[in-house]
Design a protein around this ligand. Structure first.
Ligand SMILES: Cc1ncc(COP(=O)(O)O)c(C=O)c1O
Length: 454
């Protein structure tokens, strides 16, 4: 296909996700053709720094031929077999590895093909578990404002972003929202970080009480909430949530679709903040995106009702734990170990943060926040009052200017206004100082220009 045919076919036949197709009625869709390390290249040969690891996915960087080779070898040996009452060696081995890496007694690995399916599976397991243990009314799911948990109907119902849900109502009933951990916009500015964390955690207890503890199955939380622009949890938050979950027999689901596999410098985000979930959902970085794979990792306690007699977890997905995905997942873990990527992230987090914090001298930068290789930059109209942009300004600024300007300047990242306007950065875990500096320089130039246009 020559370039001209390709751009026309992209416009006419490829339905891009979460995309205003009208934006490409007259302009060409950016087409990325290859990647190497932390960079990707478009169809014209132009190079970009991948500041978002694709979509929080490409942990080990692009162009790792050993992952491609692991995939090819597995496809040649056994391309496909289901995990429906059968198994294959790579899924067994990866489940074994993950069970040992996951915190505490999270021992049972239920593979999926992606993150939404992992979240869906976790909610179904929570419901099924309580049905099998004499608490059939425990069905509801609690999650946080603005949190993204996926797009399938169950996961979408748990998602806390009205703008993504309104076209699809009625959704699955029985979900409840509680405040997130946006300290920058805490309800009372006199609260300390710890006080705010306790306050936010206690809203979960309040929601459980309000709904009736007998009706609540699970609370879904990301270690660092992505949507809204990287909200780390205050110290003590997750410990308090754990106490609350234990008090009411509610399952704590750590949705680590973004935060697992080194994003926060640990295999699992729960370990970064020292809490014990009942279930971890993960995907993305598990294979560094070389092929799709996700998982729900559940505690031994949750597997118990399904270990005897005729009972079963009546749930499955054709491509869950695909042999090629499992083989690449194992090869990906080998790279993590060999290159000690988690330690690399831990050693460089403060340096990355310090480069981004230099941008705080710009009038448009309200706050830089995040952890690991996962940061958000909140943009404001007035630094002193923290006033944000209205919808029209946000539209002009983010869609009309920033996303494209950053890309044109050689930085692929995301300008997002699903909460307050933010720029999200989550580069491959192999990035080092030169990449942080490049990001800072490009952001500085583009944000300075953006301010002039407001
Ligand atoms: C926290 C979280 N949960 C679930 C999902 C859904 O994952 P997927 O897009 O693989 O279905 C995402 C995707 O970004 C996510 O960030």
């Amino acid at each position: 296909m020559n370039d001209e045919t390709m751009f026309a076919a992209a416009r006419d036949h490829l339905w891009m996700h979460f995309t205003r197709l009208s934006a490409y009625a007259k302009a060409d869709v950016p087409v990325i053709v290859r990647g190497a390390g932390p960079h990707v290249y478009d169809a014209h040969g132009k190079r970009y720094l991948d500041g978002l690891s694709g979509l929080f996915v490409v942990q080990v960087g692009h162009g790792r031929t050993e992952l491609a080779e692991a995939a090819a070898k597995q496809a040649a040996e056994l391309a496909y077999f289901p995990l429906w009452s059968y198994a294959h060696p790579k899924a067994i081995e990866l489940a074994h590895r993950l069970a040992h890496l996951a915190p505490g007694d999270l021992n049972r690995v239920f593979f999926t093909a992606g993150g939404s399916e992992a979240v869906e599976s976790a909610w179904k397991l929570a419901r099924s578990y309580f049905k099998h243990t004499g608490k059939p009314m425990k069905t509801k799911a609690i999650s946080r404002y603005i949190a993204y948990h996926g797009t399938t109907m169950g996961a979408l119902s748990i998602t806390g972003l009205p703008v993504l849900k309104q076209d699809f109502e009625p959704l699955v009933p029985s979900t409840v929202r509680v405040p997130n951990t946006n300290f920058y916009r805490r309800p009372d500015q006199s609260m300390s970080l710890e006080e705010f964390g306790r306050w936010a955690a206690d809203r979960i207890a309040e929601a459980i009480e309000f709904e009736g503890p007998d009706t609540v199955a699970a609370v879904f939380l990301e270690p660092v909430q992505n949507s809204g622009g990287c909200f780390p949890a205050p110290p003590g938050y997750f410990q308090r949530v754990r106490e609350i979950c234990d008090r009411y027999d509610v399952l704590l689901v750590s949705d680590e679709v973004i935060c697992a596999f080194g994003r926060l410098g640990e295999y699992f985000g729960a370990d970064r903040y020292g809490y014990q979930p009942d279930i971890i959902t993960c995907a993305k970085g598990m294979t560094s995106g070389y092929v799709p794979l996700g998982a729900m990792i559940a505690s031994e306690r949750l597997a118990q009702p399904f270990l005897d007699g005729s009972s079963w977890f009546a749930h499955g997905i054709t491509y869950g734990g695909h042999p090629v995905g499992a083989a690449v997942g194992l090869a990906n873990l080998e790279i993590f170990e060999r290159e000690d990527l988690n330690a690399h992230v831990r050693a460089n987090t403060d340096l990355f943060r310090s480069y981004l914090e230099r941008l705080c001298d710009l009038p448009i930068v309200g706050e830089v926040r995040g952890d690991g290789y996962f940061f958000g930059i909140e943009l404001v109209k007035d630094k002193a009052t923290r006033e944000t942009f209205d919808d029209a300004e946000s539209e002009r600024l983010l869609r009309g200017f920033l996303s494209k300007a950053l890309f044109d300047a050689g930085l692929y990242c995301r300008a997002d206004d699903r909460g307050d306007p933010v720029i999200q950065l989550a580069p491959p875990l192999i990035c080092e100082e030169s990449h942080f500096a490049e990001m800072e320089q490009i952001l500085r130039a583009v944000l300075t220009e953006a301010w002039k246009r407001i």
